[in-house]
Write a protein that binds this ligand. Structure first.
Ligand SMILES: O[C@H]1[C@H](O)[C@@H](O)[C@H](O)[C@@H](O)[C@H]1O
Length: 673
């Protein structure tokens, strides 16, 4: 419950932003506010005037003229088209991230045949991109701070173009590897820069939605990649060149877009380029008055400099300063749990999972995998729609709950399939004495990566089944026997590698769809969105670099270990494990993630001033913070301004006297300290 303090009245006839202490926007307990007098206010107004003069700006301090006041009241509060254009062009980076991570699975089906790739080379080509993304995301923080967001986005799109060209003309696997690494470098930089850039240009009430559009573009990129995979899979010669090379188009579009688009106003201000910052802010806010925001960003930069000390290695400063250390833990934790909830086992192995659900034909599996990415995409759209309505915290919690339940359903589906796994009925003589001959059921056979299950089917019943070694050159066939040279004709045996025929496929499919529907709107999007807003400006690049790095590192870890984990724990064991990790994620979010919806970026640091994991729904009565609100004093009627969050509450009531009365009073009694 917010207690309403006695109100704060004045009518100086001045257009004033009271700031206490000068420039303070960050973690400020209210204690000491009683010292806040009209004299101090006017001093502060004076210092602001001075700062404005230093910037060579037209002073806006002083009573607005009648016309100015009217125009303030008439301000067009709609968001200018320009902000959407910026968000769109930057989110192309997200599209490329999604496209390049998504397209490889389909391209690999053709590549492995055309270039005779061994399993090791296939793994290298897939994971080199993710590994390179991890490295470049980590180093992207430095580049971002030094060169700015715009230049980093330009670099990323240039790298994407280069990578796409290398991949489409590659003549051997070595060049392919270089291309995949290059693309990964671009993905890493884009993944950490784009959300930050969008967050820094967006107005607070739209920030969540616009940053989440980047996630929409990621899943959109994955969806388009799967459609392109499906379309070009019919082109057995060079189809992969088109698949991998098509990413050049959005990269070129983004590159040219960003030649004309501006730098983030916050970064410009941090670098002391105040005039430019003011211009850009003016452009992205359209007809709105930008003074308060401009002041607030500037004040917070000054304050940050004092509080966290300037100079020194940023990551050490982040770690040694409580609020940023806590924000970093929350940011990295969210990214870690995003990956630990197994999204990329589903995204990268959806074809296998679908085969397991009874889809045997390669092409059909590719198209159904496209349906899987479409589900991810559509439900990310739900996230974009909900983020400003329900807020980040509730969206993430709801998403984790649904993700946990659907993972459990998936696991139960796999468990029932395992328990009803078809037995091995034929034991052909194995001259190589492979381990395959030892297994009595498809489940055991499937869990050995050297073996596959060869069987005949009549309706839903499996007969004449054997467990035989897989062809070392291709998992598509057995090493010998009936399944080494199958035909498409009816009566020809089926070869199941990595899965078993089952009648519980519906449960697995349902689990998969529910999983994506619950993961996409919250856990798919919020880790990126929240990270773009929880760090103060000086720590933003490095904080995002670290959390994006954590995302990519866990991405590699989970996707590379999935098949091994499944081998040791079985499929159902693996999915129960992911469900368990989701429960841990749920507890983490419940305890540690504050709500950032609607707050100005400069105010979010306040949410991390208390001990970590004391946010949630705890009443924040003993720890109140103030957010000062610019108020034109001769506006009436009385006006309240309040900022409330789970961790900190700011509340101030401003009542203005009538414009004819130029004397007023300020009282700050009863403000709880
Ligand atoms: O937010 C994205 C998205 O959910 C993608 O589908 C997934 O592949 C990425 O790893 C993740 O970071």
């Amino acid at each position: 419950m917010i207690k309403r303090p006695n109100f704060f009245q004045w009518s100086q006839g001045a257009y004033v932003t009271p700031t206490w202490p000068p420039g303070a926007r960050s973690s400020r307990p209210i204690s000491g506010l009683n010292d806040y007098t009209l004299k101090q206010m006017s001093n502060r107004t004076g210092s602001r005037r001075q700062r404005a003069a230093e910037d060579g700006e037209r002073s806006l301090i002083g009573p607005p003229s009648g016309r100015a006041r009217d125009s303030l009241l008439d301000q067009d509060v709609s968001t200018p088209f320009f902000v959407y254009l910026l968000a769109f062009c930057s989110a192309l980076g997200g599209f490329l991230f999604g496209y390049d991570t998504g397209v490889v699975s389909g391209a690999m089906l053709l590549l492995k045949k055309e270039m005779h790739l061994s399993a090791l080379w296939q793994e290298l080509l897939v994971s080199s991109t993710v590994g390179a993304a991890a490295l470049s995301a980590l180093s992207g923080g430095f580049l971002n701070g030094r060169l700015g967001r715009r230049i980093c986005i330009l670099i990323a799109s240039f790298i994407f173009c280069g990578g796409g060209i290398i991949l489409s003309v590659a003549q051997n696997k070595g060049v392919l590897l270089v291309g995949r690494i290059t693309v990964g470098l671009g993905i890493g930089i884009a993944s950490m820069t784009v959300p930050v850039y969008i967050a820094e240009v967006s107005p607070p009430h739209l920030r969540g939605q616009l940053v989440t559009i980047n996630s929409l573009f990621i899943t959109g990129g994955q969806f388009i990649a799967s459609v392109v995979d499906g379309a070009f899979s019919y082109l057995s010669q060079d189809g992969w060149r088109y698949m991998l090379g098509l990413s050049v188009l959005p990269a070129v579009l983004q590159f040219f877009g960003f030649i004309f688009l501006p730098e983030s106003p916050r970064w410009l201000l941090q670098k002391g380029r105040n005039q430019e910052a003011r211009q850009v802010l003016g452009r992205v806010r359209g007809n709105r008055n930008i003074e308060e925001e401009y002041d607030s960003i500037r004040a917070s930069i000054e304050e940050e400099g004092k509080e966290a000390g300037s100079g020194g290695v940023v990551i050490l400063r982040i770690l040694s300063y409580g609020p940023t250390r806590r924000a970093l833990i929350v940011g990295c934790g969210l990214q870690m749990f995003q990956q630990l909830s197994g999204i990329n086992t589903v995204m990268y192995y959806s074809a296998t999972i679908l085969q397991m659900a009874g889809v045997r034909e390669d092409k059909r599996a590719i198209w159904l995998a496209a349906a899987t990415s479409a589900t991810n995409f559509v439900f990310t759209l739900v996230g974009v729609w909900l983020v400003e309505k329900v807020g980040r915290r509730k969206l993430t919690l709801g998403s984790l709950l649904g993700t946990g339940l659907s993972l459990t359903l998936l696991a139960v589906g796999f468990l029932l399939s395992a328990q009803n796994s078809p037995p091995v009925t034929l034991h052909p003589v194995d001259s190589h004495n492979s381990t395959c001959r030892l297994y009595g059921s498809c489940e055991l056979c499937m869990l050995d990566p050297d073996c596959g299950f060869c069987y005949l089917e009549n309706g839903t019943s499996v007969f004449d089944s054997s467990c035989v070694p897989v062809n070392p050159g291709s998992t598509d066939n057995a090493a010998w026997g009936r399944c080494s040279n199958r035909t498409e004709e009816s009566g020809s045996p089926y070869w199941a590698y990595n899965y078993c025929p089952t009648s519980y496929s519906w449960m697995v499919l349902l689990g998969l769809i529910l999983y994506l529907a619950s993961f996409a709107p919250g856990m798919g999007t919020m880790p990126w969105t929240v990270n773009s807003e929880i760090y103060p400006l000086w720590a933003r690049s490095t904080g995002n670099a670290c959390s994006a790095g954590v995302n990519w590192i866990f991405n590699v870890l989970v996707s590379l270990t999935f098949l091994h984990v499944a081998e040791y724990l079985t499929y159902y064991g693996a999915f129960f494990m992911y469900a368990g990790l989701v429960v841990l994620g749920l507890l983490f979010v419940l305890c540690c993630l504050p709500e950032t919806k609607g707050l100005q970026l400069e105010d979010i640091e306040n949410l991390f001033t208390r001990q970590l994991c004391s946010c949630g729904d705890l009443p924040a009565d003993d720890s109140r913070y103030v957010h000062y609100i610019r108020q034109s004093s001769d506006f009436s009627p009385a006006y309240y301004g309040a900022v409330e969050s789970d961790c900190a509450i700011a509340y101030i009531t401003i009542s203005t006297a009538s414009s004819s009365d130029n004397r007023g009073q300020v009282s700050l009694n009863n403000l709880k300290t």
